[in-house]
Design a protein around this ligand. Structure first.
Ligand SMILES: *Cc1c(COP(=O)(O)O)cnc(C)c1O
Length: 395
């Protein structure tokens, strides 16, 4: 694949009428190296954040060997892309058929669960396999995260002891997992979750082989500047070490966003301007789902060299005929931006490129590789610890 230097060069070459996804494999590789080298345990990639096979291969190439998959389609995709990868089926509600295919056809041994019903289903569907690696998901608070994952999955602390004991009976290897919510803005999110893990283990008094602190590791966006990831790793390590578990118990994490946010940006074209509203050719049904539905702000820059001077703030409309195809921003761009101009929207590697649909006939567009830096990075050495160093009181 031809590698372009940056977004302006892509615009000069193609003057693209459709949105263009820009891939930055060097940025994803750097994120993977960071986790592989610095996280004090094993790093799984949560595939749902961005299932691009090219990205999966980049992560594998940097030493990410385990993948958190949530559907049988993700199991098949990762298995076809990376035949040697270890797949962990971490959705706590699966069909019996999916469990069976994962176990017998794709070598999956690790499954998560949060109910006795799911435990029975896994045991049945695998014909009472003796080599199951089970992971009980417990519910934890999402209070430090920008996107909550607290209400849907995870058993309550009151039920955890019982479920851990029942799982221990049939599991060759037993873990505990949780998810603090996505874009956790303070490492303290993991402290409260690991406190719950401690309580669950004390209650169950069973041998625990693994603790999986899930995803939630942040990336950097306008208005969301997290503390350095090293602070998260240090706090997690300290609280993991203090748990009443076997000395050889493993520590896992399952980042999605933090591994892939910097992998993609997007070039869009301004089709129309109405006051400070820009009608662009991607939106809520494309890569800008979070910008529309949870008001996420992504970094933007105008790619037309002749624009400059004063700036103004804009909102975006996407291309479909739906009023909900609206991104409030605000997005800061040159005040004289006009129809026909191109804009790069950054940090769309996580839950951006993966969210595109064909609704209303939109959602086409090429992907090309570029070699420049992402519009922001947690891994380029530019990040300073915030002035107030007390990570616990950041929020
Ligand atoms: C979505 C998800 C992840 C990844 O979460 P991020 O916030 O993107 O890091 C990890 N584990 C599970 C079980 C998930 O559902």
């Amino acid at each position: 694949m031809h590698i372009h230097p940056n977004a302006p060069a892509v615009v000069r070459t193609f003057a693209p009428d459709e949105p263009v996804i820009l891939n930055r494999p060097h940025a994803a590789a750097r994120a993977a190296r960071f986790f592989v080298e610095k996280f004090p345990g094993k790093t799984l990639y949560a595939v749902k954040a961005n299932p691009s096979p090219d990205l999966l291969k980049v992560l594998w190439g940097e030493g990410v060997t385990h993948f958190d998959v949530a559907s049988i389609a993700e199991v098949r995709l990762v298995r076809a892309t990376l035949p040697e990868a270890t797949l962990c089926f971490m959705h706590p509600v699966k069909t019996a058929r999916a469990i069976r295919e994962a176990y017998f056809d794709h070598g999956v041994r690790t499954f998560s669960l949060d109910t006795h019903e799911e435990l029975a289903k896994i045991v049945e569907a695998t014909d009472h396999a003796a080599d199951l690696r089970l992971c009980v998901r417990i519910r934890v608070s999402s209070e430090y995260a920008e996107l909550s994952l607290a209400s849907k999955f995870g058993c309550d602390l009151a039920e955890a002891g019982d479920l851990l004991q029942a799982s221990r009976q049939v599991a060759d290897w037993l873990g505990l997992c949780f998810h603090v919510g996505s874009q956790a803005m303070s490492p303290f999110a993991y402290v409260q979750a690991l406190d719950r893990v401690r309580a669950a283990i004390a209650d169950a008094s069973v041998v625990i082989d693994m603790v999986d602190v899930g995803g939630g590791f942040p990336s950097v966006y306008p208005g969301m500047e997290p503390p350095p990831l090293e602070d998260y790793f240090a706090i997690i390590n300290r609280h993991f070490d203090a748990l009443p578990i076997a000395y050889n118990a493993e520590l896992w994490c399952e980042p999605g966003r933090a591994l892939c946010a910097e992998y993609n940006s997007l070039i869009v074209k301004v089709e129309k301007r109405r006051g400070n509203e820009l009608y662009i050719n991607d939106g809520a049904y494309g890569a800008l789902y979070d910008a529309a539905h949870v008001g996420w702000r992504f970094p933007v820059r105008c790619l037309n060299a002749d624009r400059g001077g004063d700036e103004a703030t804009f909102t975006f409309y996407g291309p479909t005929c739906d009023d909900a195809d609206f991104m409030e921003g605000p997005f800061t761009l040159p005040a004289d931006i006009a129809a026909g101009d191109f804009v790069e929207i950054g940090m769309l590697g996580a839950y951006g490129a993966a969210m595109r649909t064909a609704f209303n006939g939109f959602g086409q567009g090429e992907a090309v590789e570029v070699s420049d830096e992402p519009m922001a990075s947690l891994y380029d050495g530019s990040r300073q610890r915030p002035a107030r160093d007390n990570v616990v009181s950041l929020r």
